[in-house]
Design a protein around this ligand. Structure first.
Ligand SMILES: Nc1nc(=O)c2c([nH]1)NC[C@@H]1CN(c3ccc(C(=O)N[C@@H](CCC(=O)O)C(=O)O)cc3)C=[N+]21
Length: 285
């Protein structure tokens, strides 16, 4: 029976620190602000947007939502980003993924000022991450939150076999860099990986960000492994479930994250923390 990683409790600890930092900055006349741009109504994005807005308000962070219809043009989004880049009350800009098909997400992320790029997706920030630079720059919130969980639960990384399922720029790629920088042996798997189960059974740490409900169950896991479930799938019953069959996997894993209550709350907490980081860096360097 695995130890269950309590993402809610760890997120609460981080949020408490964040609200104290906000109060301190307020005394210096600095009021951290985040803008979320969303086009269309992807369900995971809507859950995220709602939770994020509630949390920001609770921590004293100004939060503005810029909602656009699914058929918004790329130029309209670029104009919005330009405005937010120049807006002194905004420290952090996040454009919800996935973007509609008429939008080239690479052009959008290139347009976000690197100093306000709270998702860490601008090539300048991603490049710093891959170069393992030790300066201040934003890192994708879900990967940063996962690293924090691994650290908190004393999961050894050096020399360990890590398998990441999912190659997205928001999760898989930044995680690859973070874990590689931590001297882990990282394998990136995806949709086209042959014999996925054989590979996942070699993982000391298995990170699943595939967007496929219950892709992974006990038979795919090495006994005692750490299993991190990044999936967030809304079933037709309304229930939220991950990419891992938690009930079977928890019997075989050593450490495991639940959905909900695992990676999700950590993503939000890290987003808030990093919004305050950006405000601090922008005003104090
Ligand atoms: N640019 C961008 N950055 C993102 O980080 C990003 C994104 N786009 N698009 C959508 C996905 C999805 N995502 C979630 C984060 C937290 C919860 C979350 O709070 N989950 C709670 C449960 C929520 C509930 O039950 O309503 C939990 O797992 O416990 C959900 C989803 C961030 N994403």
């Amino acid at each position: 029976m695995a130890t269950i990683i309590d993402g809610r409790s760890l997120a609460k600890t981080i949020n408490t620190q964040t609200s104290k930092r906000v109060a301190k900055l307020n005394q210096q006349g600095i009021h951290p602000g985040i803008a979320v741009v969303i086009a269309g109504d992807d369900s995971a994005s809507l859950i995220y947007t709602r939770n994020k807005h509630k949390k920001a308000m609770k921590l004293g962070i100004n939060s503005v939502l810029k909602k656009y219809p699914f058929n918004v043009s790329q130029d309209e989004l670029l104009a919005e980003i330009d405005k937010l880049n120049k807006d002194d009350s905004i420290d952090a800009i996040l454009v919800q993924q996935p973007m509609p098909p008429q939008i080239d997400s690479r052009i959008i992320t290139n347009a976000i000022s690197p100093e306000k790029d709270v998702d860490g997706l601008n090539p300048l920030n991603l490049g710093k991450l891959f170069a393992n630079q030790n300066t201040n720059y934003p890192i994708a919130c879900t990967p940063r939150g996962i690293m924090r969980m691994l650290e908190e639960y004393n999961v050894k990384l050096k020399g360990q076999n890590v398998v990441i399922i999912g190659r997205s720029i928001l999760v898989g790629k930044p995680l690859l860099a973070l874990l590689n920088n931590a001297d882990a042996t990282v394998t990136m798997a995806g949709r086209s990986t042959t014999n996925l189960s054989r590979l996942t059974q070699t993982a000391d740490i298995l990170i699943v960000a595939a967007g496929v409900p219950h892709l992974i169950s006990a038979k795919d896991i090495k006994a005692g492994a750490t299993v991190i479930d990044v999936g967030i799938n809304r079933l037709s019953t309304g229930k939220l479930t991950g990419d891992v069959d938690f009930d079977s996997a928890k019997e075989k894993a050593g450490l495991i994250t639940p959905v909900p209550g695992g990676v999700g709350p950590m993503t939000i907490a890290t987003l808030m923390e990093q919004t305050v980081d950006l405000a601090q860096w922008r005003h104090h360097g």
